[in-house]
Design a protein around this ligand. Structure first.
Ligand code: ADP
Ligand code: MG
Length: 256
């Protein structure tokens, strides 16, 4: 699930955030326990090009990726991208203890129960979080499951290849957000008990419940910064651009 940090450290990867409103590219340098941003680029995506994490307008999106690469001096062409949207699942499940070869099959059965699409159309991965010990023996397993539509993952990987980029990994958004928080020196969430990490995007907002540094579950709702700007525009009788400016100036979420 965290392939991007474990593979060949000599050629740093470029992180790509395929948002519903903006594509962001960033490259970091690891310094002691922190990350230093060394390169960053952002471009807006055309209306309807990325919907629900699905790339609807491939040609236009490939052009934006190429543009971002040519404007900035990113090192190498290896990228890690995230997929997001209402069909992306990050969830904790509890399973009986089983031999490794049987566990795989059992987890598949379990995932099938809550997956919002057929199992043969899913890309998924899982990780044992911890063992639950009852009456002195391991009784159950706590398992973290990540899943996204196979089509979304495959199209995302294909998209980058078309832009002459090398996709090293595609991961689900809740895990990338959480990994980023780990690098915040002000923030120690290993001891925190159940709190939400909310990512407000352009068209979608994800709510991720985090417990002792792990995502317990995530939900995506179809609302975001665009609707806030729309509301300001209609309330004040301003254009979208004017309302966006007012929002950033007056309601800056980055301010204390
Ligand atoms: N400083 C800020 N204060 C309030 N809203 C902001 C600020 N910076 C960006 N936004 C809003 O965040 C939204 C874009 O978020 P982003 O995560 O890039 O979207 P997505 O990932 O869905 O493309 C826009 O609606 C923008 O107006
Ligand atoms: Mg976003």
């Amino acid at each position: 699930m965290s392939a991007w940090l474990s593979r060949n450290k000599k050629t740093p990867v470029i992180g790509v955030d395929l948002g519903s409103g903006f594509i962001k590219m960033a490259q970091f340098k690891e310094e002691q326990n922190s990350l230093k941003l060394v390169n960053f680029g952002v471009l807006s995506v055309p209306e309807g090009a990325i919907v629900e994490g699905r790339i609807e307008k491939t040609k236009e999106t490939v052009e934006i990726l190429k543009e971002l690469i040519s404007f900035h001096s990113f090192i190498g062409n290896r990228i890690v991208a995230n997929v997001s949207g209402q069909l992306v699942v990050a969830k904790e499940i509890i399973m009986d203890v089983l031999p490794e070869n049987e566990l795989d099959e059992a987890v598949k059965w379990e995932i099938e129960k809550f997956l919002p699409f057929p199992m043969d159309k899913a890309a998924f991965d899982y990780q044992i979080l911890n063992e639950i010990i009852e009456e002195g023996r391991v009784n159950k397993l706590n398992i973290l499951v990540a899943s996204a539509p196979l089509e979304v993952v495959e199209l995302t990987a294909e998209l980058f290849k078309m832009a002459n980029l090398d996709p090293v990994a595609v991961e689900v958004e809740p895990f990338s957000i959480l990994r980023l928080l780990r690098f915040d020196p002000e923030f120690s969430f290993e001891n925190e008990v159940l709190f939400p990490v909310i990512n407000i995007g352009y068209n979608y907002t994800s709510i991720n419940m985090v417990d002792k540094g792990m995502v317990r579950f995530s939900r995506t709702i179809p609302t975001g910064g665009r609707k806030i700007t729309d509301s300001i525009a209609s309330a004040l009788g301003k254009s979208f651009e004017e309302a966006e400016e007012i929002k950033i100036k007056e309601l800056d979420l980055t301010k204390e």
